[in-house]
Design a protein around this ligand. Sequence first.
Ligand code: SF4
Ligand code: SF4
Length: 174
Amino acid sequence: MSVVQNNSEKNKWYLVGILGGMGITMRHLLKNLFNKKQMETLNYPEEKYEYSPRFKGNHVLTVKKDGALRCTACMLCATNCPAECIKITAAEHSDPRVEKYPISYEIDILRCVFCGFCEEACPVDAIRMGPEWQTPGVNGTNFIYDINKLAYRPNLKGGIQTHVDDEERHKSGI
Ligand code: SF4
Ligand code: SF4
């Protein structure tokens, strides 16, 4: 890397630059004070930006009609995840019609890049990315999202029901 120094007489008078910068700041301050509707910033957290409903924010694990997780622990999402932030532990289900289910499903949200590959890889609409985007936490453990957080957090009001229903699939022979 080469550094080019401009030692011209004009540049030695740095006060001109400082005053110019302060002038720009003052211009924006006055413009925003007297024309708040045109202000380009929001007073977060009182004001929040409205994203499109298609926004890929926090993950949701969908549930079946009976409220159980739709996930079949097939690992496709974890395999596809470029950040390797999904950890699933599969178990055999007591119901013979259900092959497997996750006894543990965790997403390390600090490593997630919100690419949506997990959602696209899932063959049974068991994981979706929703419009929630605020992810506050006081320490690292708050950013490991488990089944309770992913499927049954209060905002989901008991869980989001999947579009892919086993009973309907079996009836149609798939
Ligand atoms: S959104 Fe991307 S990075 Fe985040 S868990 Fe899904 S696949 Fe992984
Ligand atoms: S969320 Fe979907 S892709 Fe991931 S393990 Fe469950 S069923 Fe498979």
